[in-house]
Design a protein around this ligand. Structure first.
Ligand code: B3K
Ligand code: ZN
Length: 881
């Protein structure tokens, strides 16, 4: 375990290294307990650096066996090697020399899953952010770009497949049943993109011809017998490659592109040059074992990692403060890809829901940080929703502000100007300034300033003057270590919706008739006047969620209902309905806490039935419109003194009231959407299933018995429908015989399918109510559960802590204690996953007093532990601060 030295890294301290390492040659002799790594580094002293300047390389848990300079053993008095550092006190006088470092490592003992480790008998690596230093001593930082030649030697029987980055250049047999392969990657890259895979895997292979006619051999490697489950990922890969050529003019650059799926992985996937390594959850899919959500995630993540080849790999980050340079931009690119492949409005709504569920609470709590942070103790804790999702929103705003053509020109300039370099957010923004001739210094605050801005808006219509006035005011709340905030540039897309539901014309500043547009809010207060507005419109603001802000728009209920029924911008239409639901749920929560029965506006209760039957809308869209805000969404909107039980009661009451109001429509539609038995993962078919399953949830809420859900569970032809029925049974009929029976049938059926059992764990972790804690505790003893597999840990304990509001936030604090126990146990072998789990505490201050105190005590107990990893200590101390 890495010890916590309390060291803080600051952006302003950046300086280049004294020595560069332009070339790396690695030789691995693989053994589970004793792998030998020989690294030959070409070391080049930079200009103006004194000849006797020491060379200091990073390590992490390393054991040095030999050290040579230009082939000669180095005298022990000339260097010092510790587990985490190699210091060459007096490097040779020549400006360029060859340093050979031999280390020994034990992949089988590596449970942190960083560096070289074994997953189910497969050797694999994870080097981002600082895992390469667990393999050999190196300048393990992203501004050191090197070409890599990698020779992998292994026992033929143990590892018939030997992969690394770049192109294959040689292979052959060795003595005693060993063999080898040599790979060369001509594109200089940072060490975090190094990868090696060796094992007994089976491949799905295809060929892709790039726009300029270059053939690329594609391979996706999975466990034997699972080949058929990789075909969807292969299809998604080919579509991604084509899309990047068409939308961004980016072609693939090596002769091969390989993807390997492994079962023990700390996150979703990794974009290593030419050799992406994936959590198998994001590769493997067939109708029997994967849901539509799994298919959509696979498509998005395959695309994301592939897109990194240009945004991240060809152009990389100067230092880890610039993480959003590759992540925010690449998320934007994968969002656009999915929007083009599926429905744009549906995709946008899903993105915004994710942003609000993950990034908003981060931005509003103790872990808030700018999209480009200025300090960190442990960089792995900064792979956050802010860097990724808000980072993507910022790129989307650049697109909104500059328009499609200029945006593309700026991206082209970025690729042309910085190919092969390690750069900063400033370099990136300069391309947009140069391509547009605009000053983006105020816009740049989106990168530098934490916190979710609030925009307060109100409108007034003057019938006589036929003028609409829109008053806008922005404010950015204080966040940790930043109390004074500067005014931001907030691009708000809008439209004026007339009585017929169509967008109305108005006169712009130059007197031209226009229909919709973007307001650029740059001052604290701004008044915008629209002239020539014939009748009073309903104002649709922040269309498409053009800016990631919270919007408080003073608007009559009538107008909001009107927009919920008529707005031509489908995102804003969804938003209007969602706001109405949220307001109703906040009121209902107050009623429950006051001991009163919640009651709801019948007009609102009728909306879901109307939308469900609106044929002009895609099924996937209707499904989203019918989905009530989650308990966590309601809690976030309430903001303080939160009582999760009252929220759950209010939400159940609204669901039931809607179910009663629309019962006939829902029943009929559910019947019409009956599954044909033929499965296709395409967006339209998935949309039909999504709508049908939302309807099932309502119908179950209005029903006295679980018959309908049981029937769907028993007759389902695919995992989407089966898992949805299981969820309804387990959550809405919890602890009934029907629910328990379905759970045990499911367990029986999928005994040998770890990824499906993850769904089974997660469904149970989400059963509402205080008793679920006992169930979760019991399930940690299940034979399929393991603390060393991140997917298992996340599906059971992670799901419980991050998403079961009434279960985790049990009033007696037992949920918090369970999480603390798990986190502490996990921290001993996998700090990254432990720290990630502990993030579930981040909103503790907004709880009601009793729970707040329980959460505080539990956090304090973790903080008191002496032997915490740097990862976990960083999260816990910032959360408590
Ligand atoms: N770049 C990796 C994430 C690495 C996380 C390291 N803690 C996957 C991705 O964002 O594409
Ligand atoms: Zn990424």
């Amino acid at each position: 375990m890495r010890t916590d030295t309390g060291q803080v890294f600051l952006l302003e301290d950046y300086r280049p290294t004294d020595y560069d390492i332009p070339e790396v040659a690695l030789v691995f002799r693989l053994d589970p307990d004793d792998t030998r790594v020989a690294a030959k580094l070409t070391v080049a002293r930079r200009e103006n650096v004194a000849a006797d300047t020491p060379l200091v390389l990073d390590g992490d848990g390393l054991m040095l066996e030999r050290l040579l300079i230009d082939g000669e053993a180095v005298d022990p008095s000339c260097y010092e090697a510790t587990e985490d550092r190699l210091t060459l006190r007096r490097p040779p006088p020549q400006a360029r020399f060859e340093l050979t470092i031999v280390t020994r490592i034990a992949p089988a003992k590596n449970q942190a899953l960083m560096g070289l480790y074994l997953s189910n008998g497969i050797y694999c690596t994870q080097c981002e952010a600082e895992g390469f230093r667990r393999i050999t001593y190196f300048h393990d930082r992203p501004d050191i770009l090197s070409t890599y030649r990698v020779r992998v030697e292994a026992r033929q029987a143990e590892a018939p497949l030997l992969l690394s980055n770049g192109n294959p250049v040689d292979k052959g047999e060795l003595e005693d049943g060993w063999h080898y392969a040599v790979w060369y990657d001509p594109f200089p890259k940072p060490s975090y993109l190094f990868a090696l895979v060796a094992g007994n895997l089976s491949g799905v292979r295809e060929r892709f011809v790039t726009a300029s006619g270059r053939p690329v051999a594609l391979g996706i490697y999975v466990e034997h017998g699972k080949e058929a489950r990789a075909t969807y990922a292969m299809d998604a890969l080919k579509r991604s490659m084509r899309w990047d050529e068409e939308r961004f003019g980016r072609e693939y650059d090596l002769d091969v592109f390989n993807i390997v799926a492994v079962s023990d992985f700390n996150m979703g996937a990794m974009e290593n040059k030419g050799l992406n390594i994936f959590n198998d959850k994001y590769v493997l899919a067939d109708p029997e074992t994967a849901t539509d959500l799994d298919y959509a995630n696979i498509e998005a993540i395959i695309a994301h990692e592939y897109f990194h080849n240009w945004t991240g790999n060809r152009i990389t980050c100067r230092d880890w403060f610039q993480l959003c340079l590759k992540e925010g931009l690449t998320v934007f690119r994968d969002h656009e890809f999915s929007a083009d492949q599926r429905s744009r409005a549906v995709k946008r709504i899903a993105e915004v829901r994710t942003l609000r569920a993950h990034q908003f609470p981060e931005d509003q709590g103790p872990l808030a940080h700018p999209v480009r942070p200025r300090r960190y103790r442990e960089i792995n804790n900064f792979y956050t929703a802010t860097v990724y999702e808000k980072g993507s929103e910022v790129v989307r705003m650049l697109h909104t502000v500059l328009g499609d053509e200029t945006f593309r020109a700026a991206m082209d300039l970025y690729f042309a100007r910085h190919d092969g370099q390690a750069v900063t957010i400033e370099d990136f923004l300069r391309c947009f300034e140069d391509a547009s001739d605009q000053d983006l210094s105020q816009f740049a605050l989106w990168y530098h300033q934490a916190g979710t801005p609030n925009v307060a808006a109100s409108s007034h219509y003057d019938a006589k003057a036929r003028e609409l006035t829109l008053e806008l005011e922005q404010s950015v709340p204080a966040t940790p270590s930043e109390t004074r905030k500067r005014l931001m540039h907030i691009p708000l897309a809008f439209g004026l919706v007339g009585a017929d539901g169509q967008d109305m014309d108005f006169q712009d500043a130059e007197g031209a008739r226009v229909r919709d547009g973007v307001i650029h809010l740059r001052k604290r207060r701004q008044v915008v006047r629209f002239k020539g507005v014939e009748t009073r419109p309903a104002v649709s603001l922040n269309r498409g969620f053009s800016a990631p802000v919270t919007l408080s728009f003073e608007m009559s209920r009538q107008d909001r209902l009107f927009l919920a029924r008529n707005d031509s911008d489908l995102f804003s239409r969804w938003q209007a309905l969602n706001t109405l639901f949220t307001e109703a749920l906040i009121d209902a929560t107050a009623s429950v806490r006051g001991g009163k029965e919640p009651d709801f506006d019948p007009v609102l209760l009728a909306c879901p039935g109307e939308i469900a039957a609106e044929d002009g809308l895609k099924e996937a869209y209707r499904a989203l419109a019918l989905t009530l805000p989650a308990e966590a969404d309601i809690a976030r909107e309430i903001g303080r003194n939160i009582d999760p039980d009252a929220i759950a009661a209010a939400r159940n009451a609204l669901r039931e009231a809607i179910a009663k109001t629309a019962a006939r429509i829902f029943e009929k539609l559910y019947g019409n959407l009956t599954d044909s038995g033929f499965f296709s993962p395409d967006a339209q078919s998935a949309g039909r299933r999504a709508l049908r399953n939302v309807l099932l949830e309502y119908l179950a809420a209005g029903a006295a018995d679980p018959a309908l859900a049981t029937r769907q569970f028993k007759t389902a032809h695919n995992m989407t429908d089966r898992a949805a029925a299981l969820t309804v049974l387990a959550h809405q009929f919890s602890r009934t015989e029907a629910a328990e029976e379905a759970l045990s049938t499911f367990e029986e059926t999928y005994r040998g399918e770890p990824l499906v059992l993850d769904k089974w764990f997660a469904v149970q972790a989400l059963i509402p109510g205080p008793d679920t804690l006992e169930r979760v505790r019991r399930l940690t003893g299940h034979s399929a559960f393991s603390l060393t597999n991140p997917n298992r840990v996340r599906s059971l304990v992670g799901t419980f802590a991050s998403s079961n509001q009434s279960g985790f936030h049990r009033a007696d604090g037992a949920g918090y204690r369970l999480l603390a126990d798990t986190v502490l146990q996990l921290d001993r072998h996998n700090p990254q996953v432990a720290a990630r789990l502990a993030v579930a505490f981040r909103s503790w201050r907004s709880l009601e007093q009793g729970r707040r105190e329980e959460a505080r005590k539990t956090l304090a107990r973790i903080a008191e532990e002496k032997r915490l990893s740097r990862d976990l200590r960083d999260i816990v101390e910032r959360t408590l601060a």
